[in-house]
Ligand binder design. Structure first.
Ligand SMILES: Cc1ncc(COP(=O)(O)O)c(C=O)c1O
Length: 438
């Protein structure tokens, strides 16, 4: 394996990256194990973000590594259009177990973006199958991130992600976000203020009429826009309003799924059941790309009542790829055998206290925590939004710590296997970084 610097870095057009700045001063990872990456210079980097929120069980889990190796040797590829392979069916059953059988069916994709677009299409097609084809409107939320497909971009609510790509999907509206620094700063868990923001859905229903609305999609906890935790009672109220008007509720659990809040899904944590749930990332512990849309039985049933033939004209070449299925099956086993959710629960209080101990350090204007997630919001440098947190990211990496930043918010989401010593190391390093920022 090549552990040296590449001869040229010109050809790779890097995603969501300041390419010119990166290539002038690159950060190159060459291996990973447990809680740590190793960079090209041999430095250990503590993983404070589980890669990109996608490695809940920690790096190089032996069971997952060997399951992938074995499946590549046995069945490198098999189509799932009009045929199949056993692992795809086994995994689907295991995933239903993992949801506590709150869902009846799963549709495989290869990423979170594809899972979102798939869920939106299922919602539209479900209403059409039931003779309510007029329900075509989709409702997202400001500051929501639902990936980069045109569907997810349209319901998403991040200006810079949208602004260069034309009119996007028609018939989309957005709920307001729930972030409120004045009332909710330094909350632990769900903040006290903001449940009434769910009633904005009633306003959109009055405006557009329920008969035109197919679905509402939200992240139960917004991750990519800086860890926005829902106010107490907000998700339950949203659920009630959707049910009242026959609107499907989609939880985008691409980040929160597979243990991030110490429960299998955020839906379990908040005790609110969506109709469709999108996942990706942790489903294979980040080892191989995979996404999945979980569907309530009643939605799937509506398709199966149609005249015989292909029920849903949708799918990807790699839906249910055998190697991804093997990785996902081994990930579920790893969760069970190593009691990873139980361990994460045991770490939650120590984590929360350690994060909130950052209060009072220079520039910190808010701290938010839930499960094993934290958002630390910094006062922006006047006229240079995002610059202070980006500086923190670079300083932290140089100091052996991987954090993620979005705008001026530091988002932390470590592998769930972390121990107290990792929490101490993480916040020891972060405190030094914060004290030395411009
Ligand atoms: C909530 C949410 N939805 C969708 C996505 C898109 O996932 P992917 O990057 O796998 O397409 C992400 C990625 O971070 C996400 O956080």
């Amino acid at each position: 394996m090549n552990e040296s610097r590449p001869e040229s870095m010109s050809a790779f057009w890097m995603p969501f990256t300041n390419n010119r700045d990166f290539k002038a001063n690159p950060r190159l990872l060459v291996s990973a194990e447990g809680m740590y990456y190793k960079d090209v210079d041999g430095n250990q980097i503590l993983d404070g973000t589980a890669g990109l929120w996608c490695v809940p069980c920690g790096h190089a889990q032996p069971k997952i590594v060997s399951a992938v190796r074995e499946m590549i040797g046995q069945l490198d590829f098999a189509p799932t259009f009009q045929m199949g392979h056993p692992a795809a069916f086994d995994l689907a059953e295991q995933l239903m177990d993992y949801t506590g059988h709150k869902f009846g069916h799963v549709f495989y994709t290869n990423s979170g973006s594809e899972a979102v677009d798939t869920a939106l299409k299922i919602a539209l097609a479900y209403h059409k199958a039931r003779g309510e084809g007029g329900r075509t409107r989709l409702i997202g939320r400001e500051r929501g991130y639902h990936g980069v497909g045109f569907g997810g971009l349209s319901v998403g609510g991040i200006g810079p992600n949208r602004k260069s790509f034309g009119p996007l999907l028609p018939g989309v509206d957005h709920l307001p976000h729930t972030h409120n620094l004045l009332k909710n700063a330094f909350s632990r868990g769900e903040p006290d203020f903001g449940v009434e923001l769910a009633d904005e859905l009633e306003r959109l229903v009055a405006l557009h009429d329920a008969s035109t609305i197919a679905a509402v999609i939200i992240e139960p906890v917004s991750g990519s826009t800086g860890v926005l935790v829902p106010p107490k009672g907000y998700l339950k109220r949203l659920r009630e309003i959707c049910t009242k008007h026959g609107i499907l509720l989609i939880f985008d659990e691409v980040i929160t799924g597979f243990g991030r809040l110490t429960t299998p899904f955020a839906a379990d944590y908040f005790e609110v059941e969506p109709d469709l749930m999108t996942t990706a990332k942790g489903i294979t512990n980040g080892v191989i790309p995979m996404g999945a849309v979980f569907s309530k039985k009643f939605i799937h049933d509506a398709f199966m009542e149609a005249p015989a033939g292909i029920e849903l004209f949708h799918g990807y070449t790699y839906s249910g790829h055998p190697v991804a299925c093997a990785a996902a099956l081994a990930t579920l086993e790893t969760f069970k055998e190593q009691q990873i959710l139980e361990h994460a629960k045991g770490m939650q209080a120590y984590w929360e206290d350690a994060v909130h101990a950052m209060k009072g350090l220079p520039h910190v204007i808010d701290i938010r925590t839930i499960g094993l997630v934290a958002g630390i919001e910094l006062e922006p440098i006047a006229g240079k939004p995002g610059a202070r947190a980006y500086q923190a990211f670079k300083k932290a990496f140089a100091d052996g710590l991987l954090i993620r930043t979005t705008g001026d918010i530091i988002a932390l989401s470590p592998p769930l296997i972390l121990e107290k010593q990792h929490i101490d190391e993480l916040f020891g390093k972060l405190a030094t970084v914060l004290k030395n920022l411009d």
